[in-house]
Ligand binder design. Structure first.
Ligand code: PFF
Length: 447
């Protein structure tokens, strides 16, 4: 069967940026900035993104070189070795991630409807919004319905295919997403008292930097760049041979970082303008923001646009997670694309229901001391992603032949502008990235 490729450079970029930009930027990054000291966190995060960039390129190299799914790639590049187990983990992890990701995607769907039906009305209190959110996520049916709608939307795009589903959706939605977030950021930055929030974001207090800040920033960089779980590898396998891997990876990471900053510019100035606490944690987007929307001029419109942006951003990421399992089932198990999509849907739907119920009826059901949702979130973001990324970069730096890696980054030497850079990147991949990742996590464990 003919394997699909992304159509052109813009298509590659929107697909990869679509995977990277998601709930991680709009929901996770701003609350981490708030919890870990504002600009100091942003400052450390920049270094972490730079550190993760060669890892991102490594995933694209493995994908494009092997021209195969996350499991098959290791069979092609290191036949008969145990590396295929890394491939197996890379297929299972994204299914775990998509199941809980889709639950939060479902919350966004619900909040979009709440915004569209003007439920965030003026006079609302922050405590009232927290109660509303608490009641909603601990109920049985509404979050499950949201999760189902979100997962069905994801499956629909996947069934349409790589070019007419993933790429087309990204081409329309990614530019829209940037327009939405810029509009919201401008609205927030012009609120009276917003300057304080901008200072919080851009004027670092270096005394706040410690091991926990570094570990959180590195974990976030992995999460935000979709690393270590086979998604960038799978997308890399759809990148045609004449694309410039170094350039498209760098553009993707830049867009992802800019979007996270824009999202923070949309949120922090508003938090400060209303005299609220930036250290609200995961509730920031669903509890604090609706309160702000309810009380600011044009807030109803901003609310609708914000939750629309959240759904779109989450969808372009969830399709990348979903595609890993589908590509595996089609290429390794011979299923049709539709059949594979239905199977992945069934697994992610059931796991997602367990995640969703873990805020309500299953709140007391603990595995390793964690609810199902927290377990999935923690194990994937703190263990599977960094370890997967680390092993992958070791694979590219120490198992693949240097010649092959350079060959991929320079398109067989034809991209003369990349010759020197690729040598530097190879050095980073071989020595600096693995050591730095291990160092940050060991430091975080020890201190
Ligand atoms: N990068 C996405 C975000 O920031 O929301 C999340 C994600 C997508 C993580 C795909 C991992 C992944 F494979």
């Amino acid at each position: 069967m003919e394997r699909e490729n992304f159509g052109n450079r813009f298509g590659v970029l929107v697909a990869m940026a679509g995977s990277a930009i998601g709930l991680g930027n709009l929901w996770r990054f701003p609350y981490l900035v708030g919890s870990y000291g504002g600009a100091a966190f942003v400052f450390v995060y920049i270094f972490c993104v730079l550190l993760c960039l060669p890892i991102f390129m490594s995933e694209v190299v493995v994908g494009r070189r092997s021209h195969a799914n996350a499991y098959g790639a290791f069979k092609v590049l290191a036949p008969g070795t145990r590396w295929k187990w890394l491939g197996a983990v890379s297929v299972v992890t994204p299914i775990i991630v998509v199941s809980y990701y889709s639950v939060v995607g479902g919350w966004s769907v619900e909040y979009f409807f709440k915004a569209a039906t003007l439920e965030f009305t003026s006079g609302a209190t922050q405590a009232g919004m927290s109660t509303m959110f608490g009641r909603f996520i601990s109920s049985v049916w509404s979050p499950i319905i949201g999760h189902t709608i979100f997962l069905l939307l994801t499956a629909g795009i996947i069934i349409a295919g790589v070019k007419s589903g993933i790429e087309k959706f990204g081409k329309i939605m990614m530019p829209l997403l940037f327009v939405l977030i810029i509009f919201i950021a401008v609205r927030a930055a012009t609120l009276p008292g917003a300057g304080e929030g901008l200072r919080y974001l851009f004027k670092p207090d270096f005394s706040k930097i410690d091991a926990s800040v570094c570990a959180a920033a590195l974990g976030q960089a992995f999460f935000s760049l979709s690393l270590g779980v086979g998604t960038i590898l799978t997308y890399g396998s759809y990148v045609s041979k004449n694309e410039n891997i170094i350039a498209s990876s760098t553009w993707t990471a830049t867009a992802d970082f800019l979007f996270a900053l824009l999202a923070s510019c949309a949120i922090m100035p508003a938090v400060f303008a209303f005299g609220l606490n930036p250290q609200e944690g995961p509730g920031l987007v669903f509890e604090t923001l609706p309160f702000i929307f309810a009380n600011m001029p044009l807030g109803w419109l901003v609310a609708i646009l914000f939750f629309l942006a959240l759904i779109v951003a989450a969808l372009t990421s969830s399709i990348s997670l979903y595609e890993v399992g589908v590509a595996y089932l089609v290429e390794e198990k011979g299923l049709s694309r539709r059949g594979a999509s239905v199977l992945v849907f069934a697994i992610a739907w059931i796991l997602g229901i367990l995640c969703s119920l873990s805020f309500g009826p299953l709140a007391d059901f603990h595995i390793l001391g964690q609810t199902v949702f927290n377990l999935f979130d923690k194990v994937s973001a703190n263990v599977l992603m960094p370890v997967g990324g680390l092993l992958l970069v070791i694979f590219v730096g120490w198992v693949m032949k240097k010649h092959d890696v350079i060959d991929e980054m320079t398109n067989g030497g034809t991209l003369s502008g990349n010759r020197r850079t690729s040598q530097v990147i190879y050095f980073l991949i071989r020595y600096i990235c693995p050591l730095a990742v291990v160092a940050v996590f060991l430091t975080a464990l020890i201190f």
